[in-house]
Structures are given as C-alpha cells and as structure tokens.
Design a protein around this ligand. Structure first.
Ligand code: NAD
Ligand code: TYD
Length: 341
C-alpha cells in the first residue's frame, strides 16, 4: 500500500510518518510538504534513507505538482495533515489559511478523483465546533455538534470539512474526517502553548498567559492521535466524521504551572497578557463513536504525557533551539546540496 502523507514535516504529520513506518513496514510512505515555517525536514532525518519513505517538497495547492506525484506514486490512501495551524497567525493574516486549508484540500481531492483512491482522509480539529461554556462541564463535542467557528483558522478547517463531505456526496469520493482536540508531544513547534512554555521557562523568560489563563483545552498525546487516524483511514466508514480526544481537560494555567513545577522553575515567571481576540473558552471531546466502532482508546494520560514531553524537550534541545534561532530553515538546502554533490 502507498500512502501520501501531506504535512509530514510538521508536528503531528512527522509523528504519523514514524508511526506508519514502524507499524506497517511493508507500506510505502510518501511525504508531500512545502516546508513552510512550520515544516522542518530535520525532523524526518531518521527516515530519509528508509527505502519505504520518500520526501517531496511541494505545495498541496499546486495542481501540477500534486498530479505529477499521483502519476508517479499511484497512492492508495491520501492523509492530509498539511495546513496553516496556528490560531494567532490566522488572526494576523487569514489569506494563507484559506489558500492552504481550503484550496489545498480541493486540489488534493481533485487529484484523488482523477487518479482514483481507496481513501482520502482529512485531519481536522475540534475547533470547528467553536467552544463550550466553562460553567457546563456536562457538555462535550459530539460528531453531531453544529459547526460554529471562532477564528479564521477554525473557519478554514470547517470549510475544508464541508468540502470533503460534499465530495463524498456529490462525487462518491471515499473520504473520512477526524476531528481531534489539542495535541502535545515530541516535535511540537515552539510557538504553541506547551513547547513555548517549556522553552521559555528553561531560559528563565516570562511565560505569556492570555487573559486569566482559565481557558480549557482537552490535551491528547500525539501518538494516541496517530493511532486513531491510522484506524480511521484504514477501517473507518466512508463519509463519516470521527471525534478524537481522551478526556484530559486542563486550564491553561494548570498546564503552565505543571510545566514550571516539573522544571523546578518559579511561578513568578507567569505573566498575564492581553487575551486573544475571540478566544475559545473550552474544548472537550466525546470520543464514544471511535471507541465503539473502532475500539480506539488513548493510552497516555496527561500526567504521563507531559512528563514524557518535557523529557523530550530536555533531551532534544538542539531541535528546538535551531527553530528559535531560525537555523532549521536552511536544513533543506544543506541536506540536498550534500546529496547532490
Ligand atoms: P504544523 O503547523 O506543525 O505542520 C503543518 C505542516 O504542513 C508543516 O510541515 C508545513 O510545512 C506543511 N504545510 C503547510 N502548508 C502547506 C502547503 N500549502 N503545502 C504542503 N505542505 C504545507 O501542524 P500540526 O500541528 O502538525 O497539525 C497537522 C494537522 O492537524 C493540521 O491539519 C491541523 O489543523 C490538525 N490538528 C492539529 C491539532 C494540534 O493540536 N496541533 C489538533 C487537531 C487537529
Ligand atoms: P495554542 O497552543 O495556540 O492552541 P489552540 O489555540 O489551537 O488551542 O494555545 C492553547 C491555549 O493556550 C489557548 O487557550 C491559547 C493559550 N496560549 C497562551 O495563553 N499563551 C500563549 O503564548 C499561547 C501560544 C497560547
């Protein structure tokens, strides 16, 4: 089986590439990634020489490049992780979110229609459901919760989801969608809450907490997300949406305090800053459907996952320090110039 993994040089996509190569050694994994600021080819270095792995630098909204790849690889499955993924950036500059997240999805699905595919899987987010109030802990997002977006990021992801379902209904394209809560773990880009706070705390810099830090996120260890996507794309029903989450709700302040405690740093580093405009209050997933239909359950609780994550950032300082310094962006040129000599 040949699987195209778009966005495989990013946080979740790279973890997914490792997951597939490890668990399905007979499958071929082709990573399609344009290496935006969030893509880091160095992350994929351990698998670059794997005979079942190929990296291709291209934009998912580049029809010609996408079709060329489909012609060369004849993929059985396409799983689309490629996206602009940071809410704060979408508030500053929405345009690129619409181009990549919506038009990129369309380009990929058009290629799937043209060349034929067993499954197109769209990696989506719980943010398409909007948010839940803090005073109703009994409420959770189910697959039936109406789409109700807050940020340009979530609106672009929701638009893509609707397009995916439209391609199923109109053209019969065999699609599936998974909507996951916040991920954390190795290779998380240090602009997102958890890696940002770890890297800043280690440098004794202040930790910018938006508003009062009372917003709640439902944290899932990235490997659990990869296992869930793998199940949905191989065994999930066509045309269906599956929510993914593990009931690990924490306020932002709880998360930041946990990180400080584990690193032995003082809470005085916490600095409350102006809130994000339109800031979603609470995300919380009901994962009953994926559990009942596919038997998926998360394996890592937050307490274990955050320890593993902190440990990883302590043991892999070079990876994130090169991101903070910007050095990682020259890796692609260096990697290929050395190989083309
Ligand atoms: P990320 O920002 O770390 O990685 C995105 C990757 O996509 C990068 O490698 C980037 O180079 C690539 N990319 C961006 N635009 C591209 C384009 N036009 N063509 C080709 N490649 C392009 O993102 P992530 O956190 O790994 O998220 C992956 C997916 O999972 C996204 O679709 C996101 O919406 C979804 N998701 C993320 C989370 C989370 O907590 N991070 C939760 C639920 C869903
Ligand atoms: P983030 O990691 O950007 O993920 P998302 O917005 O997709 O949930 O942010 C997680 C939470 O942390 C969110 O409520 C915003 C908050 N946050 C801060 O308080 N300070 C920060 O510097 C960042 C990046 C996020």
């Amino acid at each position: 089986m040949t699987i195209i993994v778009t966005g495989g040089a990013g946080f979740i996509g790279s973890n997914f590439v490792f997951y597939e190569l490890k668990n399905y050694p007979d499958d071929r994994i082709v990573c399609l990634d344009s290496l935006t600021y969030a893509g880091n080819l160095e992350t994929l270095e351990p698998v670059m020489d794997n005979k079942n792995f190929r990296f291709v630098k291209a934009d998912i909204s580049d029809k010609e490049a996408v079709e060329k790849l489909f012609e060369e690889e004849k993929p059985d499955i396409v799983v689309n992780f490629a996206a602009e993924s940071h809410v704060d950036r979408s508030i500053e500059d929405p345009g690129i979110f619409l181009r990549t997240n919506i038009l990129g999805t369309q380009t990929l699905m058009d290629a799937c229609r043209k060349y034929g595919i067993k499954r197109y899987h769209q990696v989506s987010t719980d943010e398409v459901y909007g948010d839940l109030p803090l005073d109703r802990p009994d409420l959770f997002f189910t697959e039936e919760t109406p789409i109700h977006t807050s940020s340009p990021y979530s609106a672009s992801k929701a638009a893509a989801d609707l397009l995916v379902l439209a391609y199923y209904r109109t053209y019969g394209l065999p699609v599936s969608i998974s909507r996951c809560s916040n991920n954390y773990g190795p290779y998380h880009f240090p602009e997102k809450l958890i890696p940002l706070m770890i890297s800043r705390a280690l440098a004794d810099e202040n930790l910018p907490v938006y508003g009062k830090g009372e917003n709640v996120r439902d944290w899932l260890y990235v490997e659990d997300h990869c296992a869930a996507i793998n199940l949905v794309m191989r065994k999930g029903r066509e045309g269906e949406v599956y929510n993914i989450g593990g009931h690990n709700e924490k306020t932002n302040l709880e998360v930041v305090k946990t990180i400080l405690k584990k690193l032995g740093k003082p809470e005085s580093l916490i600095t409350f800053v102006t809130d994000r405009p339109g800031h979603d209050m609470r995300y919380a997933i009901d994962p009953t459907k994926i559990h009942n239909e596919l038997g998926w359950l998360p394996e890592t609780c937050f307490e274990e996952g955050i320890e593993k994550t902190i440990e990883w950032y302590l043991n892999n300082r070079a990876w994130w320090e090169k991101i903070i310094s910007g050095e990682y962006q020259s890796y692609f040129d260096k990697f290929y110039s050395e190989r083309l000599k």
